[in-house]
Ligand binder design. Structure first.
Ligand code: NAI
Length: 338
């Protein structure tokens, strides 16, 4: 049997024969936290991605069921499941992309920072595994608080001597997805035609939608700007409250994560002009990490785009965002260094 769950009666995989659609070699993707609220629909969506040839589903609970279920879909990717810490290394070996939605989500009244205590340790352990088993993989980090977990991952990789800032990406796509949706609603157009850059970080006021740079070029009243900015910054809380204690965004997040991972895969494949917003190591501000548009290529985030021109409203927002971000970044860095 190949490493992974031993399922009775299932013959060994001929991994050398695993190909993506059209016979291309395809990419190997691992999801860590695959049995969770995000992990399950994300596993389904990645199983449907024609660029994926092998899909590894890892969790500390319930991954056998999710694996058996998803593996019956007649799409190209071969699915293998991994359960518990002793199987983490097998789950990670050989992976091109590792997507991490492991950890606890918010309940009403909690901020993303309230999750730090539990999720910081989970992210550290999983990233130590990445450093050991697939140091060249591109990491898509979803676990909150992203503003701190990305600095944690960077410190883990630095300690291991494997850190490549271009390959560590904090996933902020849900903020962009929400911004596109809410702006489209106000403009009365199809969200697929809307492109809103969202910069800064992934929490409250650090989420900074740049409505002055919306495509197609649009103007908004000051009421619309206030409404949109607040709704985009608090979109996560809107879902947390509506779910009334049962979790945070999972379905829209799985969609956003799958969209972002697909862009990473498309970049890895060598396509030109693949651009997404992401929270990355950056020099566009004085902070060591910042979310802006980045160009995704074979090496990960190969180019980091500048913020571009801001109006006064956005300049004020940026200063507030940077203040909060600096603290969250520092908190993540010192979690590993101390
Ligand atoms: P969930 O609780 O439904 O699922 C989390 C999964 O992680 C569970 O299956 C759990 O067993 C697993 N897990 C826990 N410790 C683990 C470990 N050491 N190794 C592997 N798996 C482990 O939570 P949900 O709703 O899926 O959210 C996951 C994370 O994503 C949370 O931290 C949440 O705040 C974050 N999130 C991030 C968003 C973003 O935009 N970046 C948006 C929404 C949620």
């Amino acid at each position: 049997h190949p490493p992974g769950l031993q399922m009775q009666g299932i013959p060994p995989l001929r991994l050398e024969n695993c190909r993506a659609k059209g016979g291309a070699p395809g990419f190997k993707v691992a999801i860590l936290g695959a049995a969770g609220g995000i992990g399950q629909p994300l596993s389904l969506l990645m199983k449907m991605n024609p660029l994926v040839s092998v899909l590894h589903l890892y969790d500390v609970v319930n991954s056998p069921g999710v694996t058996a279920d998803v593996s019956h879909m007649d799409t190209g990717a071969v699915v293998r499941g991994f359960l518990g810490a002793p199987q983490l290394e097998n789950a990670l070996t050989g992976m091109d992309i590792v997507i991490i939605p492991a950890g606890v989500p918010r309940k009403p009244g909690m901020t993303r920072d309230d999750l730090f205590k539990i999720n910081a340790g989970i992210v550290r352990t999983l990233c130590e595994g990445v450093a050991k088993c697939c140091p060249n993989a591109i990491v898509n980090l979803i676990s909150n608080p992203v503003n701190s977990t990305v600095p944690i991952a960077a410190e883990v990789f630095k300690k291991a001597g494997t850190y490549d800032p271009k390959r560590l990406l904090g996933v902020t796509t849900l903020d962009v997805v929400r911004a596109n949706t809410f702006v489209a609603e106000v403009l009365g157009i199809d969200p697929r035609e809307v492109d809103v850059p969202v910069i800064g970080g992934h929490s409250g006021i650090t989420i900074l939608p740049l409505l002055s740079q919306v495509k197609p070029a649009s103007s908004f009243t000051s009421e619309e700007i206030d409404y949109l900015t607040n709704r985009i910054q608090n979109g996560g809380t809107e879902v947390v409250e509506a779910k009334a204690g049962t979790g945070s965004a999972t379905l829209s997040m799985a969609y956003a994560a799958a969209k972002f991972a697909n862009s990473c895969l498309t970049g890895l494949k060598g396509d030109a002009g693949v651009v997404e917003c992401a929270f990355v190591a950056s020099q566009v501000t004085e902070l060591p990490f910042f979310a802006t548009k980045v160009r995704l290529g074979r090496g990960g985030a190969e180019e980091i785009f500048p913020i571009g021109p801001l109006n006064e409203y956005e300049r004020v927002g940026l200063e507030k965002a940077k203040k909060e971000l600096a603290g969250s970044i520092e908190k993540g860095v010192s979690f590993i260094r101390k």
